[in-house]
Design a protein around this ligand. Structure first.
Ligand code: ARG
Ligand code: ZN
Length: 886
């Protein structure tokens, strides 16, 4: 029993394949309307499995011919499977030839083989290969590939696939061919081909081990001048993996190809990574510092998959975090190592935690909650989530923390030993999350991880964000301080009861003057536990969960006085930032709940001023501290959510900081506005970010005072800017305060960049994500849907307009008249007919509807029910809305 449109797939049902595919010879005759695919496979029965029929997966294929050992054979087509029952008995290999055609130009799902800007691209993970040919489309079937591409030479001068180019030449009728052989066996989700008019930046390198390699970054002809940063990032990635993990590049040629139609960020196909242009193309005129940083991390991520994902892959898709959590952890470490100084590393860490809290914590608390290693799914594409990726990375990070030892305080050496053992044991295999955890533990006998492994692995099996409660007691008479820690985790769908997690808690104690008294790692394994310290001169201030050592919600009743000490003195930069966040959250929640008029108190304002004026703190850190917690994060702190109230309070607090700190913002702007010749390094990027933040606040302050000076200066900066970061920040400042200069600036921005797709995405996103003033955003969004540059079929463009509004602008989206939800519902249904994967992402914008106050709640429910009632809904969207309504 398999598949069908409604079949839920269970992890417990895993069975090894009944057949192995040892090698594949693929021959493509590329044509946008009708591509012919000749697939010759060598198969054999898996002797460890009972004899049974061969069932090959296939989707939207036209089958023309099936031959077994060169002879015609009987077959059945059932539920997207090609079933062969009369195969040779015994374990001898046999040859199976399948000839099919498909229609790449009609492929709007962007899975399998598709056309984008007149070039061919593929996306096979997770189950796209079955849209190219009939196959055992599962990651534990690994084969050798020999691929021939044939196409019109003028239209498709470049023909690429995985591995090494072994032969190429001309054919009759203006066609040509190229033959590629991949020296590494791989699962079919790592197959790729590209054909089109592309050009490459090339770089030859000799790695530390002395091997020579050719690196190429392929883009459309006009984009070559935007590939330098991607190439630099690739070289840095190669050097980093060799340096930190002793993992070399195992290919003569490593290619990255950019496409502007792509469902996700990028894909780690063996030797032929295919990227969304967003994560390749950058020039100082068109890309922001954030874009530069994202390119560095995504190039790193895909490159690191070459070992964690490709050399060792997943046994089944329930193990997705085996490669994704681990590879996110690796790209986070890479970005931190490249950032350099401790303070710049800390900024990266804070940014990563912010993503976790604003996106993953809500997922863990909502209808789509699932463990890092899920137990079931309807559509695997719905499980490329922040839980699998970001929480998965936190689980790996905790392993590193839990193998720390003498001379290895962070666990880096111990973790690297574990990685070495993992590859020693599993290179070339398709394995499980258990295999990974076991290797890290076995390489570190005696470590807390090794001692606690079975319990630690609950992080893989139990969904939900644990709550860590701390309560302190001070006995002045004996100088004894105790901290009682306890943990709990609320039920998630299908998991009513949770067993205690292993929670590493790094804890520091400060005295009343802010001097550090102690610092150490405590591992909570029980429901509760009490730490006691004696001989103290006065009551200490606890700095709990330093560096965010575990992905938990920490509850401790900090007083303002304690938070102010931590903000001023904590040597742990993460908790220093966290103290400011808590100060802001206390205030925001108070105003949201009480309905009182927002007025910021002097101690809070003075603390923020002290940070802004601080002589040694990094600009990037100041920017993070002065950024108020997001509306989404604030909503998570409440049992009942009134999105308009949250929006109004947060905006009022921002206005409060703008006016109260006006002179400080001016000073900060002057200090940070000039960063010299553009370089995307973290220090100067931090200065640009803070200068931009200052401008936003100065424009906001001008809104109440009516003073035209700062909006005027901001417009001037917009015009004069020497890089996209400064230009965009100035534009965003005018848009954020709703100034009348915003409209002409937006028009001139569009005119300047009308031929730069990625910049137009920013233009759409900025308007759709702007702060809502009296319901003004939805009409703008609807109007932009009609703009000649809008195109629903292009995922980047759809995301820039529709997602920026529905998923990233709660104040604009949650309207009392429900018009935002009606818009959402229509777009989900419209997108579903084009691209179910993208539609299902949008469908998740209302995940947290049950928390909403009325009238939002009822209206949201109705909108979701309307989507759910649509006939022919894709499996992707159906899974999301069914779970939301459950
Ligand atoms: N493995 C890719 C990554 O680097 C993600 C590919 C997901 N694609 C998809 N259609 N689900 O993270
Ligand atoms: Zn990945």
């Amino acid at each position: 029993m398999r598949e069908g449109q409604n079949a839920v797939i269970h992890r417990a049902d895993y069975r090894p394949p009944a057949f192995w595919i040892d090698s594949v010879e693929l021959c493509f005759d590329l044509d946008p309307v009708k591509t012919r695919v000749l697939n010759r496979m060598r198969l054999r029965r898996n002797p460890d499995q009972p004899a049974q029929a061969l069932r090959l997966d296939g989707e939207e294929l036209n089958l023309a011919r099936v031959l077994v050992n060169g002879q015609g054979t009987s077959f059945k087509l059932e539920d997207s499977q090609l079933i062969l029952e009369n195969l040779p008995e015994g374990n001898a290999p046999f040859e199976l030839e399948v000839f099919t055609t498909c229609a790449p130009a009609k492929n709007t799902k962007l899975m399998g083989l598709y056309v984008s800007n007149d070039s061919f691209f593929t996306q096979c993970e997770a189950e796209g290969f079955r849209r190219i040919t009939y196959f055992l489309d599962r990651p534990d079937v690994m084969a050798s590939y020999n691929v021939t591409l044939r196409a019109d030479k003028a239209a498709y001068p470049v023909l690429l696939s995985n591995g090494n180019l072994v032969e190429q030449g001309d054919l009759d009728g203006g066609r040509h061919f190229a033959r590629w052989v991949d020296p590494h066996r791989k699962p079919c989700y790592l197959f790729a081909l590209v054909a089109g008019k592309l050009v490459a930046r090339e770089q030859r390198i000799t790695t530390a081990s002395g091997a020579d390699h050719l690196l190429q970054v392929y883009v459309r002809p006009g984009d070559l001048d935007k590939t330098e940063h991607a190439m630099n990032s690739l070289m840095a990635s190669i050097a980093w993996d060799e340096g930190r993990f002793k993992l070399p590049l195992d290919l003569e040629r490593f290619m990255i190809v950019a496409t502007s139609d792509f469902n996700m960020g990028a894909m780690e196909n063996k030797g032929l990574n295919i990227f969304n242009t967003k994560y390749v193309l950058a020039s100082q005129a068109t890309a922001t510092d954030t874009d530069y940083a994202n390119i560095e991390s995504v190039v790193g991520h895909e490159y690191f998959h070459n070992w964690t994902g490709n050399r060792v892959t997943c046994r089944d898709w329930f193990q997705l975090s085996l490669k994704e959590g681990l590879t996110v952890f690796r790209d986070q470490e890479f970005s931190q190592d490249l950032a350099g100084e401790a303070s710049a590393r800390a900024v990266r860490r804070i940014e990563d935690v912010r993503v976790l809290r604003t996106a993953q914590f809500p997922e863990d608390a909502g209808p789509m909650a699932h463990p890092v290693r899920p137990d079931q799914y309807l559509e695997i594409n719905n499980f490329y989530t922040v839980t699998i990726y970001e929480k998965g990375a936190e689980v790996v990070r905790m392993m590193q923390t839990l193998v720390a030892g003498e001379g290895d305080p962070l666990g880096r050496a111990g973790f690297a030993r574990g990685m070495a053992l993992y590859f020693e044991r599993h290179d070339g295999q398709a394995v499980t999350c258990d295999d990974f955890a076991q290797a890290i533990a076995d390489a570190n006998p005696g470590s807390p991880l090794a001692r606690l492994l079975p319990q630690f692995k609950r992080w893989y099996s139990q969904a939900g964000t644990p709550r860590l409660k701390a309560r302190s007691h001070w006995d002045a008479a004996t100088g004894t301080y105790s901290l009682a820690l306890s943990q709990s985790c609320t039920p998630t769908p299908g998991q009513p009861h949770k067993d205690p997690f292993v929670i590493p808690v790094r804890l520091g104690l400060l005295d009343a003057e802010g001097r550090q008294i102690s610092d150490g790692l405590h591992v909570l394994t029980e429901d509760s536990d009490t730490l006691t310290m004696s001989g103290l001169a006065g009551e200490p201030v606890p700095s709990i969960l330093r560096g965010f050592t575990a992905p938990v919600i920490l509850e401790y009743d900090y007083t303002d006085a304690q938070l102010l000490i931590l903000l001023a003195h904590d040597t742990d930069p993460f908790n220093r930032w966290e103290a400011a966040q808590r100060l802001a959250i206390h205030r925001a929640l108070h105003f949201i709940r009480s309905g009182e008029h927002v007025e910021l108190d002097a101690p809070f304002v003075e603390a923020m001023r002290a940070v802004l004026r601080h002589p040694t703190l990094d600009s990037a850190f100041k920017d993070l501290v002065l950024t108020l917690p997001s509306e989404t994060y604030l909503a998570e702190q409440l049992d009942e959510v009134d999105p308009q109230r949250i929006h109004a309070v947060r905006e009022a607090m921002r206005m409060g900081l703008a006016t109260a700190l006006r002179h400080d913002w001016e000073w900060v702007y002057e200090q940070n506005k000039d960063t010299g010749a553009y370089r995307p390094d973290s220090r100067s990027a931090g200065r640009r970010a803070l200068a931009g933040m200052a401008l936003t606040h100065l424009c906001l302050a001008a809104r109440t005072s009516g003073d035209p000076v700062w909006p005027g200066k901001t417009l001037q900066r917009f015009k004069d800017a020497g890089n996209m970061t400064d230009r965009f920040n100035a534009l965003a400042a005018l848009v954020a305060c709703g100034h009348e200069l915003a409209a002409p600036a937006l028009a001139s921005f569009h005119a300047l960049f009308k031929n730069e797709a990625l910049v137009l995405d920013k233009w759409f996103a900025l308007q759709a994500g702007a702060p809502d003033h009296g319901g003004n955003i939805l009409p703008v969004v609807k109007q932009l849907m009609q703009h000649p540059d809008f195109n629903l079929r292009n995922p980047n463009r759809a995301r820039s307009l529709i997602f920026s509004y529905c998923s990233a602008n709660p104040g604009g989206f949650h309207r009392r008249d429900a018009a935002g939800y009606v818009f959402w519902c229509e777009r989900v249904m419209e997108l579903d007919a084009i691209n179910p994967q993208v539609a299902a992402r949008l469908a998740r914008a209302l995940d947290r509807w049950k928390k909403l106050a009325d009238p939002y709640r009822g209206a949201a429910r109705e909108a979701i029910a309307r989507v759910a009632a649509k006939p022919d809904l894709s499996r992707d969207v159906r899974e999301v809305v069914t779970r939301a309504l459950a």
